[in-house]
Design a protein around this ligand. Structure first.
Ligand code: HGY
Ligand code: MN
Ligand code: MN
Ligand code: MN
Length: 382
């Protein structure tokens, strides 16, 4: 898809084809510069909000219809998750310009920072800073120990920008297999959250310590991974353990500490809560047996997002009764929806695979997404 191809090489791992686009790293800075140039080529007024987010405005008025997404990726992520929404917004503006459209409301394109949370751990960091959902002084560090405030000095909540946004619409590749037509409209985002699990044991010699004398946190950790899988399956929920670090991670030493993140999601909030409590309970029981300890820390929790029904139905109607469906994936649209009427458009993902180098959408479906976004922007601003 045009423009996606232009940025395809940026932050791409040549061995796997996956993307390593982490916020404020060279790849991300290159993508931001590319976006700024694209926006300026279109005569859009570009501003940065001090939280890492970029806004490109067509028109200076308030009550703007804003669309956009994120550039950053999960480690070894795909080419579409995020960038498709930004590229489609640029191409939709081109489409409206080619129709000689003069919008009566401003149109904005937004690029949100650190949506995946791959660098600092907190998802939707940029949109959460913009809306005041997190404090600009928040204490976050990346895996190299670099603090957020060493990278940017977050401006925090920007009421002036929020006041300009009349509604927000995020176009995104669908991250499941539910969408069987080229374009769909989102109804909701499942409740989801991230919890950190820290397992502590006793470092010791791999060769001389009897098995019965060990206090190995890896054992409690391994048991917890299996428990999370079992508890999730029993509840029809989704649980994933990732971002694992083992200290000191020797080949011939028993670990002192294992840290991991639990990503838990389900169609209902209390299912997520029960899932996390059940996993932690099982981990604590096992830790008693292993002579280790386990701590649970809540990193971020997002309740169910129900998108604005009027906007949702209006988009579905404009798009000839496009299918309406929920998603288990989090988005900046979920954060914005607490502040402005918000909707999402999904572009079909034939395999449903995402957060993987093989993530893919066909060119014709991506073009259908651009056409749909243009139709929606026209409907809302003319
Ligand atoms: O993790 C998510 O659901 C999203 O892709 N950030
Ligand atoms: Mn993602
Ligand atoms: Mn995304
Ligand atoms: Mn998103």
């Amino acid at each position: 898809m045009r423009l996606l191809e232009e940025i395809a090489h940026i932050g791409r791992d040549p061995h796997t084809g996956g993307y390593l686009r982490y916020a404020w790293t060279p790849a991300d800075l290159e993508l931001r510069a590319w976006f700024r140039a694209q926006a300026e080529q279109r005569g859009l007024d570009v501003e940065e909000d001090g939280n890492g987010n970029i806004f490109a405005w067509w028109g200076s008025g308030g009550d703007a219809v804003v669309t956009g997404s994120h550039f950053d990726s999960v480690p070894q992520g795909g080419a579409y998750d995020g960038p498709l929404g930004i590229v489609s917004a640029l191409l939709a503006v081109d489409e409206l310009r080619s129709q000689n459209m003069k919008p009566k409301r401003s149109i904005g394109i937004a690029v949100f920072a650190e949506e995946e949370g791959s660098r600092f751990g907190l998802a939707c960091l940029g949109s959460r800073l913009l809306t005041g959902a997190v404090d600009p002084a928040i204490d976050l560090s990346d895996r190299d120990g670099v603090r957020l405030q060493e990278v940017i000095t977050p401006a925090g909540r920007r009421d002036d920008i929020l006041a300009r946004i009349g509604c927000f619409i995020e176009l995104h590749i669908e991250q499941g297999r539910a969408l069987t037509q080229p374009v769909g409209v989102a109804s909701a985002i499942w409740p989801h959250g991230r919890w950190r699990l820290d397992f502590t044991g006793e470092p010791n010699h791999a060769g001389t310590t009897l098995m019965a004398d060990r206090r190995d946190p890896m054992i409690t950790f391994a048991f917890t991974v299996l428990a999370a899988n079992k508890e999730a399956r029993q509840r029809g929920a989704h649980a994933t353990i990732g971002r694992v670090s083992v200290q000191p991670n020797a080949t011939n030493g028993i670990a002192s500490r294992v840290s991991a993140w639990l990503d838990a999601r389900a169609a209902a909030t209390d299912t997520v809560d029960h899932l996390v409590s059940a996993v932690f309970e099982k981990a604590q029981e096992r830790s008693k047996r292993d002579g280790t300890s386990v701590e649970l820390t809540t990193e971020s929790v997002s309740g169910e997002t129900l998108f604005d029904t009027e906007l949702r139905d209006r988009l579905a109607k404009v798009l000839d009764d496009a299918p309406i469906l929920p998603t288990g994936a989090g988005h900046d649209a979920g954060v914005l929806s607490a502040h402005v009427p918000t909707a999402m458009l999904f572009v079909r993902n034939p395999t449903g695979v995402s957060h993987s180098p093989t993530e893919h959408a066909t060119d014709s479906d991506c073009e259908a997404g651009v056409a749909a976004l243009a139709r929606v922007l026209r409907d809302l601003t003319c």
